[in-house]
Design a protein around this ligand. Structure first.
Ligand code: FAD
Ligand code: NAD
Length: 467
C-alpha cells in the first residue's frame, strides 16, 4: 500500500489544479484518473474542444458572410468537418499532454484507473487490465465532475439522439439539428453547426433562452441568433424523441398544451449536467449526497467526513471550469492549514456565441426579487467606433449599481470579446468600485472596453458621451 499526504480522484480543472497547489505546498500528492488522458470534461469533451470548433466555424461564417464586404473575395469555400474535428482533436491532445507535463514538473504521481473508497483514508484503484492498487492518505479530494443529464423520453442513444460529447466529434454536417435546451451548450454547439449551414431548431422549456442570466441578455441573444437562422420554440415540454433510422422525431407539448412534432437528422440533448459519483463507493467512507445528487460540502469544501473534501461540478454551485479551479486551490490551501477565500458572487459566466455573452454579479431580476434599490446604465455596442470598424455591431453592455452608494452590483453584456471584457467588471467589483469609479478610468480608444465606461457613465446620472 502506497502512502500519500493527499489523494485526488479526478483530473479535471478542479482535480489537477488542486494537485498542483498541493504539490506547491509541499504535500506528497497522487491524482487518479479513470481515462487515459488528463484534464477531465473541460479539456477532453468540454471547454477546449467546443471553443476549438467554435473558432473554426466562426472563421467559416466570416469567410462566407463578411469577407466580401471587407473586400476579400474567395471562391469555392467549403467546410471540411473532418479537418475541423481533427484540428480540435490535436488541440485537445496538446492541452491534455500539457497537464501531464505539469503533473511531472510538480512531482505529482498519476495513476490511471477507477478510484473507489475502501474506507475514509484508503482508496482502491482498478486499471483497464483489472490490476488493483491500494493507496492511503490523511486527506482525500473528490473531483469527479459531472455527466450530461437527460429526462425520461429523451435518453440519448449517442447515434442520432446525442449529447455534447458526440456533437464534438461529428463526421458530417447535419442538414437539420434539434436542440433540446436553450442553455449554454445548446447555443454554443448550435452556433457551431448553424454557422456550417445546419438548420438549428431549439426546443426550450423556459420562457427565454439562457434563462438563468439577466433577461436582457436572452432577449438580445435571441435577436442575434434568429438573424443567423436559429428557430426557437419556447415554453415547449418535450414528451419523447425517437430515432427513426435516418432521422429523429421529437414530440412536445406547446404552451397551449397542443402536441407538436419536429423532425431532423439529429437531436442534441442539452438540458444540464448531473454530478458524477458512480463507482466511488462513497458508502465505505460514509460520505453523503444531497437530494440533488451532489456531494454535500461545508464552506471549507469538507464533506460530512472532515478529512474528505469535494469540489467542482460534483458539489453545489456553478458548473464551470474556473469555479472548479478556484475550489481546487481553496481545498489544497485549507488542507495545508491556510485560510483561503472564494467570492462566489464574482464568478463570471460566459456563453461563447458570437458576439459573446458575459455576466458577473447580480442580475436585474435578482435585485428586484431582493427588493434592492438599484439603477441601470446601458450602452449599445453599435455606438462604438471599434464595433463599426469590425462590423460587430450587435449587443449591449448593462451595469447595475446601488441607487444610494453607486456600488456596482452586476454587469451583463453581449459584445465582441465579452469573455475577456467581463474581467474589468470582475476586478472593479472585487474592489467594490462604484459606477463612477469605472466611468472616470481612461479606456483605450477605439476598443470595445469603451462600452463599459459608457454604460458606467450612463449609470452615473445618465451621462454617457456617445449616444
Ligand atoms: P471534470 O472536468 O468533469 O473532471 C472529472 C474527472 O474525474 C473526469 O476526468 C473523470 O473521468 C474523472 N473521474 C470520475 N470518477 C472517477 C473515478 N471514480 N476514478 C477516477 N477518475 C474519475 N466551463 C467553463 O468554465 N467554460 C467553458 O467554456 C465550458 N465549456 C463547456 C463545454 C461543454 C460541451 C461542456 C460539457 C462543459 C463545459 N464547461 C465549461 C464546464 C466544465 O467542463 C466543467 O465545469 C469542468 O470540467 C468541471 O471540472 P471538474 O474538475 O469538477 O470535473
Ligand atoms: P444549462 O443549464 O446551461 O441549460 C439547460 C437548458 O435546458 C436551460 O435553458 C433549461 O431551461 C433547459 N431545459 C431543462 N429541461 C428541459 C426540458 N425538459 N426541455 C427543454 N428544455 C429544458 O445546461 P447545459 O447547456 O446542458 O450546460 C451544462 C453545464 O455545462 C452548465 O451548467 C454550464 O455551466 C456548463 N457549460 C458552460 C459553458 C461555458 O461556460 N461557456 C459551456 C458549456 C457548458
Amino acid at each position: 500500500m502506497s502512502s500519500y499526504d493527499i489523494i485526488i480522484i479526478g483530473s479535471g480543472p478542479g482535480g489537477y489544479v488542486a494537485a498542483i497547489r498541493c504539490a506547491q505546498l509541499g504535500l506528497k500528492t497522487v491524482i487518479i484518473e479513470k481515462y487515459n488522458t488528463l484534464g477531465g470534461t473541460c479539456l477532453n469533451v468540454g471547454c477546449i474542444p467546443s471553443k476549438a470548433l467554435l473558432d473554426s466555424s466562426e472563421h467559416f461564417h466570416n469567410a462566407t458572410h463578411n469577407f466580401e464586404e471587407h473586400g476579400i473575395e474567395l471562391k469555392g469555400l467549403k467546410a471540411n468537418i473532418t479537418q475541423m474535428v481533427n484540428r480540435k482533436n490535436e488541440v485537445v491532445a496538446q492541452t491534455s499532454a500539457g497537464i501531464k507535463y505539469l503533473m511531472d514538473k510538480n512531482k505529482v504521481d498519476v495513476i490511471n484507473g477507477v478510484g473507489s473508497f475502501v474506507d475514509k483514508n484508503t482508496v482502491k484503484v482498478v486499471d483497464n487490465d483489472g490490476k488493483e492498487t491500494l493507496l492511503t492518505s490523511k486527506n482525500i479530494i473528490i473531483a469527479t465532475g459531472s455527466k450530461p443529464n437527460f429526462f425520461p423520453g429523451m435518453e440519448p442513444d449517442k447515434k442520432r439522439i446525442i449529447t455534447s460529447t458526440e456533437a464534438l466529434s461529428m463526421t458530417e454536417i447535419p442538414k437539420k439539428m434539434l436542440v433540446i435546451g436553450g442553455g449554454v451548450i445548446g447555443l454554443e454547439l448550435g452556433s457551431v453547426f448553424g454557422r456550417l449551414g445546419t438548420q438549428i431548431e431549439v426546443i426550450e422549456f423556459a420562457t427565454t433562452i439562457i434563462p438563468t442570466m439577466d433577461l436582457t441578455l436572452g432577449k438580445e441573444l435571441t435577436r442575434v441568433l434568429k438573424k443567423e437562422g436559429f428557430k426557437f420554440n419556447l415554453e415547449h415540454r418535450v414528451q419523447k424523441v425517437e430515432n427513426k433510422g435516418k432521422s429523429v422525431v421529437l414530440t412536445a407539448l406547446n404552451k397551449k398544451g397542443e402536441e407538436v412534432t419536429f423532425e431532423a437528422d439529429y437531436c442534441l440533448v442539452a438540458v444540464g449536467r448531473k454530478p458524477y459519483t458512480v463507482g466511488l463507493n462513497l458508502e465505505a467512507a460514509g460520505v453523503t449526497l444531497n437530494n440533488r445528487g451532489q456531494i454535500d460540502v461545508n464552506d471549507h469544501l469538507q464533506t460530512n467526513v472532515p478529512n474528505i473534501y469535494a469540489l467542482g461540478d460534483v458539489v453545489r454551485g456553478a458548473m464551470l471550469a474556473h469555479k472548479a479551479e478556484e475550489e481546487g486551490v481553496f481545498a489544497a490551501e485549507h488542507i495545508a492549514g491556510q485560510k483561503p477565500h472564494i467570492n462566489y458572487n464574482l464568478i463570471p459566466g460566459v456563453v461563447y456565441t458570437w458576439p459573446e455573452v458575459a455576466s458577473v454579479g447580480k442580475t436585474e431580476e435578482e435585485l428586484k426579487a431582493a427588493g434592492a434599490e438599484y439603477k441601470v446604465g446601458s450602452f449599445p455596442i453599435k455606438a462604438l467606433g471599434r464595433a463599426r470598424a469590425s462590423m460587430d455591431t450587435a449587443g449591449l453592455i448593462k451595469i447595475l449599481a446601488d441607487k444610494n452608494t453607486d456600488e456596482v452590483l452586476g454587469v451583463h453584456m453581449i459584445a465582441p470579446r465579452a469573455a475577456d471584457l467581463i474581467m474589468e467588471a470582475v476586478v472593479a467589483m472585487e474592489y467594490r468600485a462604484s459606477a463612477e469609479d469605472i466611468a472616470r478610468i481612461c479606456h483605450p480608444h477605439p476598443t470595445y472596453s469603451e462600452g463599459i465606461k459608457e454604460a458606467a457613465l450612463d449609470a452615473t446620472e445618465g451621462r454617457a458621451l456617445h449616444v
